[in-house]
Design a binder for this molecule. Sequence first.
Ligand code: NAP
Length: 188
Amino acid sequence: MRVAIVGSGRLGAPLGRLLAMAGHDVFFSDAEPDRVTAAAGAAEGETRGGSPLEAARFGEVVVLAVGWEAFPDVVAELGTALGGKIVIDPSNPIAERDGAAVVVAVPGGLTSPQYQQHVLGAGVRVVRTFNTKYPNELLELGIAGQRGGARADMPYWGDDDEAKKAVVPLIEDAGFTAIDGGGLSEAL
Ligand SMILES: NC(=O)c1ccc[n+]([C@@H]2O[C@H](COP(=O)([O-])OP(=O)(O)OC[C@H]3O[C@@H](n4cnc5c(N)ncnc54)[C@H](OP(=O)(O)O)[C@@H]3O)[C@@H](O)[C@H]2O)c1
């Protein structure tokens, strides 16, 4: 599958690496081009790199591995390139204030991905997953699963059943057992 990684930082880089190891066609992108080079360099196999807009146009599935508060900027930058796409949202409502991580209150009594769905717009097919592991854990557990070891569970949530079905093979290929957690209203 063609997978775009928008945000090739601590989470996006190892996630893209796992998916590339499984044979997916991974396109790394970031606001900072050096991070694209680093992520592509760390990944085995053929990967691509470029701008976030090129990535979003390329991907059948787009992973938005950017900070929670960056979603409005992503919408402004990528706009129609995300229309109709399956977007994986791993973002947790955490922001940086004066160098410290702080939890952000999600407005409107929504869950985090319900809010991101609102920011992205109804035409974007949000699936929430890959938000429950630290990057080093994700990589270690994913590689173990890919090599035939015990598989860790990876929950996923969404309101679009077809989009959820499309994401399950990515979770499995990344080395995890995909666990359907229900709709976005039930998401962690
Ligand atoms: N790290 C974790 O333990 C962890 C675990 C689970 C889920 N998550 C979630 O995963 C997401 C990414 O976290 P992270 O730790 O990987 O953060 P990170 O290391 O800061 O990586 C995010 C990357 O996205 C880039 N970026 C920001 N705005 C962008 C834009 N509009 N277009 C393209 N690239 C953009 C950032 O560049 P700049 O630095 O130049 O802004 C940075 O390189 C967050 O939402 C986080 O809640 C993280």
